[in-house]
Design a protein around this ligand. Structure first.
Ligand code: NAD
Length: 366
């Protein structure tokens, strides 16, 4: 019997090759007249051209870093205030989208981003600037989530709040054609982690479950192709759709153990987000194997959960991703297990994993 659930998805999504051309129309629809554009350095040359073409872009912040720092959010917020912006455009990977979402939530309110980061002021979903989120990697799904992941010094924090939900998402696979192979693999496996974790989360729901299955099917069929040939637009389109579906699969159920472990792996061993999620993902497929996961495997054309774990391992190896403890240098295993076990997302994992169980998992990766 299906138990009760509430499903809501408030972001208007424009998907397809060339859809980025609709940016002006989307800004019109949202009533945005002065926007701040926030992106990473890879998009800086296009940002200048875009600014010449699109008079509604009042200012551009092009310094978003990977694992974005609070300082970039503070600067984007400042630009929004100086230019009296009534909207924010985030173009880039999850780092740029999360920066745009956070700045847009703070700009029309009193105080600085640090106050909201530290929880000294409450975020207010009723008073924020609308965000147009334009992903250029196929991974995070940040364009459809109310999550912003931000680092302050060495601390990396996930803040989950309705104030961060974008107003619109433009998912144009053409924008991802320039993503280098290694980032293609990292981000593609991040999307795989979203789909699997949304699916096996203790809070899983029927609608996200279906999206998760389709996301996994698309990733298994297209990630290797996109990695080997970035110009393969069919594979890029499928991966862009997979990442979007991956975002929708975890937006409500939330992620679980692989994401919980990704935080210490990024903070202490500096793995990019997708690589950090992938580090434990195949181990967790085995740990979390049950009838539901077998069902997903059959639905995507795999024999069983062992084959799913092997496919993930093969993708990691193809991309040259770090996958053994020895790849991380000098590891403090006790601290790693303690930090992973203490992460709030660990509670969503279908199998309870304490420090001892995590030690066993990591030791098998020695
Ligand atoms: P990223 O945004 O850090 O980008 C990775 C690198 O790729 C950067 O150097 C960027 O400039 C470059 N890049 C991006 N698009 C490119 C393109 N089209 N061509 C060439 N280079 C390009 O990486 P990401 O994996 O997309 O995002 C990771 C961040 O998102 C992490 O901070 C992670 O914690 C966060 N995240 C957020 C959510 C959410 O729901 N908000 C979900 C998952 C992850």
């Amino acid at each position: 019997m299906t138990s009760e659930f509430i499903y809501a998805q408030p972001v208007k999504i424009f998907f397809g090759q060339g859809e980025f051309q609709k940016l002006g129309a989307v800004l019109d629809e949202l009533g945005v007249t002065r926007a701040v554009l926030c992106c990473g350095r890879h998009f800086a040359p296009q940002a200048s051209l875009l600014m010449e073409k699109e008079p509604r872009i009042a200012a551009v912040f092009t310094e978003v870093e990977q694992n974005p720092q609070l300082s970039g959010i503070t600067e984007t917020t400042r630009l929004c205030r100086v230019h009296a912006a009534d909207g924010v455009i985030g173009i880039g990977g999850g780092s740029s989208l999360d920066t745009a979402k956070f700045a847009a939530a703070v700009a029309p309110n009193p105080g600085e981003p640090i106050d909201y980061y530290e929880g000294k002021r409450p975020l207010n979903a009723q008073n924020r600037l609308p965000v147009v989120a334009v992903p250029t990697t196929a991974g995070t799904g940040s364009e459809v989530t109310q999550v912003s992941v931000v680092s302050h010094g060495t601390e990396k924090k996930t803040i989950n709040n309705p104030a961060f939900m974008p107003a619109a998402a433009i998912v144009d696979p053409l924008l991802s054609a320039s993503v280098p192979p290694r980032t293609t693999m990292n981000t593609g496996l991040d999307a795989m982690a979203h789909a699997l974790e949304g699916y096996w989360s203790r809070n899983h729901q029927p609608i996200p479950d279906l999206m998760a299955i389709e996301a996994v099917r698309l990733i298994l069929g297209n990630l290797e192709r996109a990695y080997r040939d970035g110009g393969d637009l069919e594979a890029r389109s499928s991966m862009a759709l997979a990442a979007l579906l991956g975002g929708l699969s975890f937006a409500l159920p939330k992620t679980a153990a692989s994401h919980a472990c990704s935080y210490p792996l990024s903070e202490d061993y500096h793995l990019p987000h997708g690589e950090a999620c992938a580090f434990t993902l195949d181990s967790l497929v085995k740990i979390n194997a049950d009838e539901r996961l077998e069902h997903l495997c059959h639905a995507v054309g795999l024999k069983d959960t062992d084959e799913l774990a092997a496919r993930i391992r093969a993708l990691k190896a193809l991309g040259g991703l770090r996958s053994r403890l020895s790849d991380l240098g000098d590891v403090d295993l006790a601290k790693l297990c303690r930090d992973c076990a203490a992460h709030p997302l660990m509670k969503n994992n279908p199998v309870s994993l304490d420090e001892e169980a995590l030690r066993e998992m990591f030791e098998a990766l020695a």
